[in-house]
Write a protein that binds this ligand. Structure first.
Ligand code: BGC
Length: 358
């Protein structure tokens, strides 16, 4: 009889534990631990993204810790390693260098830690369970299409006139950057081919345009050099493909230092407050809005499903091959933002207050 009562008590304990969905890993009453690992703190989006996600997970009672790799692959590897040793259940990782996590993720898998690649795909590892991101090719396509429309390239004829453009591509160690560039080139390549667009520096190779990576002082130094070498004689620069807002912002500094009064058509991505202000001031032409609230929501749902033993919802099973396997992905939709639609997209949706942009 005593045994039966004990068993009933145990069952009750389990039922209570389970009813606090996600709070406990079982009758042991252990809080589930979720690690959020970000690549850098120098951009608005990574701190904003991790804070959003942490808030949602904590509200459900999970123990959440955010780590920031401070732009170092080695730092990120040791942070992951420490969290694995510390008994974390799920790690949400935005890789600083997508190619450097193979070994540490093997260790994680051996201990049963589940891995969600956040925003950037983690390459060369069979141990990436899920990927949550935006349609990164579409991000680049929106940038390319903006330039195409702004310069009227569809109807332009090379024998009448051509337009000068310079290209930046983000970091080669970030799989996203490859998609951004390919997306933009899927629109612009035809105009480089028929001579309507020209690259006066001649720097079009992916390895060269990606040289500065996401390191903003390097991107500025490259632009300074391009301006000195190719535009100091008054040659007009009509457009610059910038993969994100951080780069766009330093390029504007470079243009101003070179005495530009009118800015070239300049693209971006992330809808950072600083860049939206520059769009309003006609210094940057466009940015891409990736609603990080939607990304955080999706990630939150994935973490919960994993911890509850459910299969997380994904909407893509073909796009993101990481060199080892196609990683099941949830892809959110990016939207182009300009001076014409920023209020509707960023303010009306509650993403920013008007005062954020003053
Ligand atoms: C992200 C962008 C970000 C860039 C630089 C990319 O992987 O998708 O949103 O601007 O990294 O951090």
């Amino acid at each position: 009889m005593k045994k039966i009562i004990k068993l009933m008590a145990l069952a009750l304990c389990c039922a209570i534990a389970l009813s606090f969905a996600g709070l406990f890993s079982g009758c042991g009453g252990q809080t589930q631990k979720v690690g959020i690992l970000m690549p850098s703190a120098k951009e608005q989006r990574w701190t904003q993204d991790s804070d959003n996600l942490k808030r949602q997970l904590q509200a459900k009672g999970y123990m959440v810790e955010i780590k920031n790799a401070e732009d170092s692959a080695d730092v990120q590897v040791s942070q992951i390693d420490a969290m694995v040793d510390d008994g974390f259940n799920v790690l949400v990782i935005c890789a600083h260098d997508s190619t450097k996590l193979t070994q540490v993720l093997q260790k994680a898998a051996n201990k049963g830690v589940k891995i969600i690649a956040y925003d950037r795909l983690i390459m060369n590892s069979p141990n990436v369970d899920y990927y949550v991101t935006f349609n990164n090719f579409e991000v680049g396509r929106l940038q390319g299409e903006y330039i195409e429309t702004a310069l009227n390239l569809k109807t332009a004829k090379a024998e009448d006139r051509s337009y000068n453009i310079e290209l930046f591509a983000g970091a080669a160690t970030d799989n996203n950057a490859i998609f951004f560039f390919d997306g933009a080139m899927s629109v612009l390549e035809q105009y480089l081919g028929n001579g309507v667009l020209k690259v006066p520096s001649g720097e079009t190779e992916r390895a060269v345009v990606a040289e500065a990576g996401w390191t903003y002082p390097l991107a500025k130094a490259r632009m300074d050099r391009l301006l000195t070498e190719n535009y100091a004689d008054g040659t007009e620069l009509h457009a610059v493909l910038s993969p994100n807002d951080g780069i766009a912002q330093v390029l504007i500094t470079s243009f101003k230092a070179a005495g530009f009064t009118d800015m070239p058509i300049l693209t971006g991505q992330d809808s950072e407050k600083e860049s939206v202000k520059k769009i309003i001031a006609d210094e940057q032409a466009m940015t891409v809005f990736k609603d990080t609230r939607a990304l955080a929501d999706r990630t939150f749902k994935m973490v919960e499903d994993i911890l509850l033993g459910n299969t997380p919802e994904t909407n893509d099973a073909k796009t993101y091959h990481n060199g080892e396997k196609i990683v099941p992905t949830y892809m959110c939709k990016p939207v182009g933002v300009t001076k014409t639609n920023y209020k509707e997209i960023l303010i009306d949706s509650g993403y920013y207050e008007l005062s954020d942009l003053q």
